[in-house]
Design a protein around this ligand. Structure first.
Ligand code: HEM
Length: 273
């Protein structure tokens, strides 16, 4: 065995710093963005940091975007987001339609015809809005069926189920109030029938019918009322309720599929054989 080295002769290596700190790059060299892509990337990062420094939302967003989901989460869990996307598409196409639509009994029908025949991409946007309404309704129903089958209405998510029921009613009301707006024979008479059905409801039925008609008879104000309900009242309510619905989803988490059994934890005082 050779003798151990003399402690005074042992060479202690100098603590090494990371290359970038030990030898920082000269200004205008490596760390500076060069290409357009790098500039865009850096610009995006600094813009987000600027906002975050003033709003401090990154902790919330990180918690919301990267929250854990239960084992077995599958495509059926995307139906709620699909319904939300359908609503957003309705909002965007609706804004463009509102730029040309005239909620006046004399001009309403002609303004819709003008959108379809003369406005650039008008027929496409109108068609997207019309068929999008059906898509949203179907998605909301299928999403409700998913939450029912997966037992997601049970404790502690009963309140979210109730908010969902109100969202379902609001979605149906959007379809009902929008149907009158083209103001052709079919939409007019279908609305007369719908409002009369509402009027037969117990206690509040007749008041509801009067509210929808803006009086005891159909008049020019009825169209304005339906337009206001369709454009402002219900979308506002849906947006607010959707926010609450999503807040509760983020807070409570989603329900695991019923066929996924929870992992068995070993009992603390169970003897191992
Ligand atoms: C505009 C309509 C609606 C939108 C945009 C919407 C959106 C969402 C989203 C994004 C989620 C989380 C992901 C998912 O589970 O799909 C969710 C969950 C949920 N929704 Fe909806 N929803 C709507 C209508 C409804 C309706 C009509 C009901 C039931 C009556 C409902 C009940 C629930 C419940 C109970 C959960 C929790 C699911 C779980 O814990 O697994 N929602 N919703």
């Amino acid at each position: 065995m050779p003798p151990p080295p003399n402690p005074t002769e042992i060479k202690v290596p100098k603590p090494s710093l990371p290359a970038s700190i030990a030898k920082p790059p000269k200004p205008g060299t490596t760390s500076e963005p060069k290409t357009v892509g790098e500039h865009a990337n850096k610009g995006g990062v600094s813009a987000v940091s600027w906002i975050d420094e003033r709003m401090g939302q990154s902790t919330f967003l990180r918690g919301f975007m990267f929250r854990k989901v239960p084992r077995g989460t599958n495509w059926f869990y995307t139906l709620g987001s699909a319904a939300m996307f359908a609503f957003l598409a309705q909002a965007v196409t609706g804004v463009f339609l509102a730029m040309y639509y005239d909620p006046d009994t004399v001009n309403a029908y002609e303004s819709v015809r003008h959108i379809n025949d003369n406005v650039f991409l008008g027929e496409l946007v109108h068609g997207m809005h019309k068929w999008g309404a059906t898509v949203m309704t179907v998605l909301v129903f299928v999403h409700m069926a998913r939450t029912f089958v997966f037992g997601a209405y049970k404790y502690p998510r009963e309140l979210n189920w109730v908010i969902g029921v109100v969202l379902l009613m609001m979605t149906m009301l959007m379809g009902f109030s929008g149907y009158l707006l083209p103001f052709d024979q079919r939409s007019f008479w279908a609305t007369v029938v719908g409002v009369n059905i509402n009027g037969t409801g117990p206690i509040i039925g007749p008041y509801l019918a009067d509210f929808l008609r803006a009086g005891t008879e159909f008049s020019a104000t009825t169209l304005a009322r339906f337009y206001a309900i369709h454009m402002l009242l219900i979308p506002g309510l849906i947006a607010a309720l959707m926010g609450l619905h999503l807040y509760l989803v983020a807070k409570l988490g989603t329900t695991a599929p019923p066929w996924v059994k929870p992992k068995k934890e070993p009992k603390a005082n169970q003897k191992r054989i």
